[in-house]
Design a protein around this ligand. Structure first.
Ligand SMILES: NC(=O)C1=CN([C@@H]2O[C@H](COP(=O)(O)OP(=O)(O)OC[C@H]3O[C@@H](n4cnc5c(N)ncnc54)[C@H](OP(=O)(O)O)[C@@H]3O)[C@@H](O)[C@H]2O)C=CC1
Ligand SMILES: CC(=O)[C@@H](O)[C@H](O)COP(=O)(O)O
Ligand SMILES: [Mn+2]
Length: 352
């Protein structure tokens, strides 16, 4: 097989480092460029270990911008794994310079779904999901679909009755996945799952999307077909599996060869508690309102940061998000509108 070139946006993070581990095990993929943020020490280590030709961060770089890095490398695949609204911007940049985006950053579809998909189509870019549930659905999706199901862990709060006084260290203790801080907090509010409902709506164009709490994280999703068939995606909760699929699709070149047991504990599903996860119930209804989706993401970013800094309590994250979204509406005509709405929502959330 010809060697495929890869650029990793967010190389020092959870997805980025796991991508490097996967590429280590695959034969014909070469990382030609990386982008990272503040972790200069790890950035340097990766550059050295993988002989990375081009790298960009505010603290260490040999190009002037991400655009220049992408222009110089023109990679076959970009792993888009910078979180938040900045990850939306960098995903758009990637769509101009590659053939395939392996999309971990879900915010690009949440905040700019229709525009981002159009940009990918215009440039002939394949959009392959990395998010575990979406990778699962992508692998079992077909024609004549009635409904899809994505599972949720319930995050660190799932076994607590009183969640108001939980601290950042309680919340960052995820029961299933080891991920970056922002998404781990989103997991506990289930804002992550609201994002994922919207992400699934944009990727698969199905609006009948069910979510169930599933403690073991072994069933990632299911597709319900019109003829009564349900296809279920089952496997260990390990992001290297969806990352490898996004890199090697339509082939399966990664070897793992471990599967969870078909025991009843791996097939437990529960309803989501509305009192515990109010932001999830609010957010999943926003699929048809792009302005509020932008506000939902912006307010969440502000609120999560305040929570991690100890400035607000855990349950106030949802309050800030809902309050902000209630104040935002309108048409989104172009990317400029997206930036304006994001800015406005941040201002409202900050003043809460
Ligand atoms: N982790 C997971 O299992 C999953 C993650 N995702 C999504 O993937 C994305 C990445 O998540 P995750 O890997 O957990 O996050 P991490 O926080 O672990 O990593 C984020 C990466 O992005 C870099 N980064 C952050 N801000 C900037 C910036 N302004 N400029 C350049 N680089 C920046 C960080 O650099 P540095 O650390 O050097 O500052 C780091 O390399 C998110 O959108 C998340 O929702 C989706 C499904 C699963
Ligand atoms: C690994 C992954 O895909 C995350 O997005 C995961 O979904 C987080 O777990 P939660 O189900 O707790 O949100
Ligand atoms: Mn997910």
């Amino acid at each position: 097989m010809d060697e495929k070139t890869v650029v990793i946006l967010g190389a020092t993070g959870s997805i980025g480092t796991q991508t490097l581990d996967v590429i280590n095990k695959l034969n014909s993929y070469k990382v030609v460029g990386i982008v990272f943020g503040k972790n200069k020490l790890l950035g340097e280590k990766i550059i050295k270990q993988y002989s990375i030709k081009y790298y960009f961060s505010k603290r260490l770089s040999n190009v002037s911008s991400i655009t220049e890095l992408l222009e110089k490398t023109r990679p076959d695949i970009v792993i888009s794994a910078i979180p938040g609204f900045y990850g939306v911007v960098t995903s758009f940049e990637a769509a101009k310079h590659t053939k395939r985006i392996a999309l971990a950053n879900k915010e690009a579809l949440v905040c700019a779904g229709p525009f981002f998909k159009k940009e990918c189509e215009k440039n002939n870019v394949e959009l392959i999901p990395v998010d575990s549930e979406h990778s699962a659905i992508f692998q079992i999706f077909g024609k004549n679909v009635e409904k899809i199901l994505i599972t949720a862990s319930g995050g660190a709060v799932r076994n607590y009755k009183n969640i108001e006084n939980l601290t950042p260290s309680d919340i960052l203790n995820h029961p299933v996945w080891n991920m970056g801080q922002k998404i781990t907090v989103d997991s506990s509010t289930m804002v992550n799952k609201a994002f994922e409902v919207i992400e699934a709506y944009e990727l698969f164009e199905v609006d009948n999307i069910e979510v169930l709490i599933h403690p073991t994280g072994t069933v990632h999703g299911a597709v319900f077909y019109k003829d009564g068939v349900v296809k279920i995606h089952f496997g260990f909760p390990d992001m290297k599996i969806p990352i490898s699929y996004a890199l090697t699709y339509p082939n399966r070149c990664y070897t793992y060869s471990k599967w969870p047991k078909f025991s009843s504990k791996n097939f437990i599903f529960e309803k989501v508690d509305e009192k515990k996860y109010p932001a999830f119930f609010y957010g999943k209804k926003l699929i048809n309102n792009l302005a509020k989706r932008i506000a939902f993401n912006a307010a969440d970013e502000i609120a999560v940061e305040k929570f991690l800094q100890g400035k607000i309590k855990f349950h106030e994250i949802s309050k800030i998000i809902i309050n902000t979204c209630e104040k935002i509406d309108g048409n989104v005509r172009d990317l400029n509108d997206i930036f304006e709405l994001d800015k406005l929502a941040r201002k409202i959330a900050n003043n809460f």
